[in-house]
Unconditional design. Structure first.
Length: 146
């Protein structure tokens, strides 16, 4: 998911204003949301450009009890839950279901690692062939047998 998330104490000041801002985002100022979470949030995620695993977002919230995450994501763009002394706010900006193609931003590092690994393998093979060809050319190798 791409989302905004905040865990706030119920005693936080002007929480109604924060609730209105996060609920209305992107029609609200993101800097106001970030400033508020920086001051009062116990835990928050406010980088709307980053994709994050939904399980990581809800793992320490009452939402971890959601039985059907797909149905929840399809039916909700905003969720507010509470637990003892805390309020949890979750604004879903965009989501992908696990069967869908992953967003490029989410798998970019994996793709880069695969490309680098393939280049390493190709370079290793090229070096082995160059060493072998040079040894053949110079007759500088020995064959061992058991």
């Amino acid at each position: 998911v791409r989302c905004l998330y905040a865990k706030l104490p119920k005693s936080s000041p002007a929480i109604a204003n924060f609730r209105r801002n996060i609920r209305n985002y992107p029609n609200a100022n993101l800097e106001d949301i970030k400033d508020y979470t920086y001051q009062y949030a116990i835990n928050a995620f406010t980088d709307e450009e980053i994709w994050i695993n939904f399980d990581e977002v809800i793992s320490a919230t009452p939402l971890k009890e959601v039985k059907n995450q797909t149905e929840f994501l399809e039916s909700s763009t905003f969720s507010e839950t509470s637990e003892e002394d805390f309020l949890y706010f979750l604004k879903i900006l965009e989501y992908k279901i696990s069967d869908d193609l992953s967003p490029l931003e989410f798998i970019r590092e994996d793709i880069e690692n695969i490309i680098i690994n393939k280049r390493k393998i190709a370079l290793k093979k090229e070096l082995e062939e160059a060493i072998y060809d040079e040894a053949l050319e110079n007759q500088s190798f020995e064959i061992y047998s058991r």
